[in-house]
Design a binder for this molecule. Structure first.
Ligand SMILES: [Zn+2]
Length: 347
């Protein structure tokens, strides 16, 4: 398989590009967006301005190491699940795909200006090697970091076509980036960033006030829209999983399933991080799955609210049987019940 260097269709950085004949798709390895794949019949998502920040904040970087098998893809969910299963069984031919679609991207995207600011501060802080160190961003990274739209908003979806990306003028994007940076500076979160707007990008340094905000966000359970879902994963629970995802989505949150994010060999630190970053945790106990009990225990240890689900008729472990649990008869019961429970107990 040969690759060529092309403009990334999401951020316009130079990216390696491979046609994938088997999937009827194109695979990209972009230094800003990470590894992702567009199937040829799925181009609407490419015009979605939320996609560039989504990929940047959640990216799987390839680079020289070749140890990263995960990639975002618009391939359908079922195929992703199959490839993922093969991967876990040792067949790495198709890597470890992570499904993305417009709903997933839009649900992840910050819902307010202040949420954007919070996400930016957390990101800069996580990239700083040591406290007070500057973090370098090139212009494309900066636009994704700051949630700047790169494409014209198309009013009429009928005009959206694969071949006509309507890119906004660079100067408009960059002046919006300046607007965000000015705000961050005036709020006292970052130091002055004078060398900005050259082709080489800019360096950002958090102030002590910026770090204090990051600390507060990391401690504060009210931050963020992520929700870790603990359950048995497998072919037999796909319907259950989608029902839970729908219930969580409808309440305005974003369901994180650990098998979509786990880093091979590092499941425990990654899992703990996701529990810590979640506003609350949803646990389905139908399959008497030890992992789910374990995750629920950790969530409680972190002081996170836990919403329990269980299929009607399954006997629950004594310790948690007394907890108020959503009992469901079929998966179709779940979305509404779960959404209502979230609204009643979390929001
Ligand atoms: Zn890119």
């Amino acid at each position: 398989m040969s690759s060529e260097l092309k403009d990334c269709p999401v951020c316009r950085s130079k990216a390696s590009c491979f046609p994938e004949f088997q999937h009827n798709s194109v695979f990209y390895d972009c230094p800003v967006c990470g590894k992702f794949e567009f199937t040829l019949n799925e181009f609407r998502i490419q015009h979605n301005n939320h996609l560039a920040p989504y990929l940047y904040y959640n990216r799987f970087l390839g680079g020289l190491s070749h140890t990263e098998y995960r990639y975002h893809t618009t391939m359908d969910k079922e195929t992703c699940d199959t490839y993922k299963k093969n991967f876990n069984n040792g067949d790495i031919t198709n890597g470890h795909p992570v499904h993305m679609d417009e709903d997933i991207v839009n649900n992840w995207y910050p819902k307010s200006f202040s949420e954007r600011i919070d996400s930016i501060l957390l990101r800069v802080s996580s990239l700083a090697k040591h406290i007070g160190h500057p973090v370098k961003f090139n212009n494309q990274e900066m636009l994704s970091l700051l949630f700047i739209d790169r494409k014209e908003v198309m009013d009429n979806p009928a005009f959206i076509s694969k071949d006509v990306p309507k890119w906004r003028e660079d100067k408009d994007c960059l002046s919006e980036a300046d607007y965000m940076l000015d705000y961050l500076k005036e709020s006292g979160y970052i130091k002055d960033y004078l060398q900005l707007r050259s082709e080489t990008g800019a360096e950002l340094t958090l102030t002590p006030k910026g770090y204090a905000r990051v600390d507060e966000l990391q401690r504060n359970t009210s931050y963020g829209r992520n929700v870790l879902v603990a359950m048995k994963f497998g072919e037999d629970t796909l319907k259950l999983r989608e029902a839970i995802r729908k219930g969580v989505d409808n309440a305005g949150y974003y369901a994180v399933f650990i098998d979509e994010v786990e880093h091979i060999g590092f499941i425990t630190p990654e899992l703990l991080k996701h529990i810590r970053d979640s506003k609350f945790v949803v646990v389905d106990l139908t399959h008497q799955n030890n992992g789910a009990y374990f995750e629920e225990g950790y969530a409680m240890g972190f002081g996170k609210p836990v919403i329990q689900l269980c299929k009607d008729g399954v006997k629950l472990h004594f310790d948690i049987a007394q907890k108020n649990t959503i009992m469901w008869k079929t998966e179709d019961d779940i979305p509404t019940k779960l959404t209502n429970r979230i609204k009643a107990t979390i929001d």
